[in-house]
Design a protein around this ligand. Structure first.
Ligand code: CU
Length: 345
């Protein structure tokens, strides 16, 4: 919570929706560069601080438009991915809380890039699946229902009893319950583990679970970014690559964070059919907690490599108003839809 009682998530939501809020005496909102300079003062004009709200940076004719290999489906508002971009808040429940989660496998036709539709297999209708947030020691009880014509299941990373590891196929129409004692503290993907594995993951059956330490982490503006790809005969293998399931979304709608305030990003790589992906932040460096584990960062960098299923929690502060680009440093992946921006406001 901030001093005036506005949680950071609420703050970000308000910023994203264009509302004005007070933080430390500074008026923030859907700011333009001029407003940002006027409210903060001191930052020189720079190309990176142009168009904090809006979409295209560069010029089509000159070929300087980033992330346009696959554009966002037209008309998606800036809050369309909020449920995936901003994790649920830490909720300070008592030790050993039982967390009941329902996961239903459903088939959906999703528009993953402008005009590109994908026959997805989903947990609860979205790709990626909902973010699960729990505290170490909680009992996570997942009621799993397979409402498709194929077998599926649900396997968590992290530590748990092997009989709840989720590799046994649940047939069409079947149901089961998984019970996972949440741990270790960290960031753990979950995904389908039915053969053929690559197809079941590549079709969209994955999500992330955040396991907090009891008492929670230090306050920060929290963001979740899950990288994945979409493949079919029309678009080819990983013809679309996206953060949080929609190509070009964060290129069109920069993720707004407050300048000089700590930012924590949960980064997960679920990109099938590529041996390696990465996360690269421009113009700033970050602390890295591999798999979100450990009480102190393991190293500091501006690029981290992540193989399939690998993830990291990173923390940084953006000290200047403006746009900070992020993307996988495999540039064909960036060009396929995974270019994005943070806008420090
Ligand atoms: Cu499956």
């Amino acid at each position: 919570m901030t001093e005036d009682g506005v949680s950071r998530r609420e703050l970000l939501k308000k910023v994203g929706m264009g509302g004005a809020v007070l933080l430390g005496g500074t008026v923030l909102g859907r700011v333009t560069t001029d407003q940002a300079r006027a409210t903060g003062g001191g930052d020189e004009y720079s190309p990176g601080s142009v168009d904090l709200d809006n979409t295209v940076v560069g010029d089509d004719v000159l070929g300087a438009v980033y992330g346009r290999g696959n554009g966002m489906p037209p008309g998606l508002e800036s809050d369309a991915l909020d449920a995936h971009t901003f994790p649920p808040e830490y909720d300070n429940k008592p030790d050993g809380t039982v967390r009941d989660v329902e996961i239903v496998v459903e088939e959906r036709l999703l528009e993953v890039a402008g005009g590109v539709y994908f026959d997805a297999w989903t947990y609860n209708g979205t790709v990626p699946a909902p973010i699960i947030r729990v505290t170490k020691g909680d009992l996570v009880r997942i009621r799993f229902k397979n409402r498709t014509g194929h077998s599926h299941n649900l396997h968590f990373h992290g530590a748990h009893r092997p009989e709840h590891d989720g590799w046994e196929p649940i047939p069409p129409g079947g149901e089961t319950t998984y019970e996972i004692e949440a741990g270790p503290v960290g960031l753990h993907p979950y995904h389908c583990h039915t053969a053929p594995l690559a197809e079941h993951v590549a079709r969209g059956l994955y999500g992330m679970m955040i396991v907090d330490p009891p008492g929670g982490r230090a306050p920060a503006q929290e963001v979740a970014l899950l990288l994945s790809g979409f493949s079919n005969d029309e678009i080819g293998r990983n013809g679309v690559v996206a953060w949080n399931g929609v190509a070009g979304f964060y290129d069109a709608h920069p993720i707004k964070v407050v300048k000089d305030e700590p930012v924590r990003v949960y980064v997960v790589n679920m990109l099938e059919y590529e041996p390696l992906a990465s996360f690269h932040l421009h113009a700033e460096t970050f602390d890295v907690y591999p798999a979100g584990m450990g009480e102190t960062p393991t190293f500091r960098d501006d690029t981290i490599a992540l193989t399939q299923g690998q993830r990291a929690m990173i923390e940084f502060t953006l000290p200047h108003y403006g746009r900070y680009m992020f993307h996988p440093h495999q540039h064909w992946l960036a060009d396929s839809g995974s270019m994005g921006w943070f806008a420090a406001i």
